[in-house]
Design a protein. Structure first.
Length: 127
């Protein structure tokens, strides 16, 4: 499953995410406590059209840069439970229910790119 974020100010400016990166990103946004539960639920499914205002996008981008990226450094990644590891993603697909959380992580570089999209956008919609 993939997600496409489309800038509200320019249709041709978009950002793509796969489910593996998106799930921890949604949890990061949830931790900021700036988005209501309904919108957070919508963000877990593609093509819902969840809309983020310019102010929400700016806040998300700024907080990722100031609060999350300093914890990661370029060689670390963050899981959906917001724990951080320096172990590289070896591509293992964890099928055991107790380990499935390990399937979802995102890197410093991906979050840096996402934060740049948020800061440059005029708000965005999730498809």
């Amino acid at each position: 499953m993939s997600f496409t974020l489309i800038d509200l100010g320019a249709e041709k400016f978009e950002f793509r995410a796969n489910v593996w990166n998106w799930k921890p990103t949604v949890e990061i946004i949830k931790s900021f406590d700036i988005v209501d539960e309904g919108k957070l639920r919508q963000m877990n499914y593609n093509a819902t059209g969840a809309t983020f205002s310019l102010e929400e996008a700016q806040t998300i981008g700024e907080r990722i840069r100031s609060e999350i990226l300093p914890k990661l450094e370029p060689n670390k990644r963050i899981f959906a439970d917001l724990s951080v590891t320096d172990a590289p993603d070896d591509g293992t697909l964890y099928k055991d229910e107790d380990e499935q959380w390990k399937n979802y992580s995102t890197s410093y570089n991906w979050l840096k790119d996402f934060s740049e999209f948020c800061l440059k956008s005029k708000g965005f919609q999730v498809f």
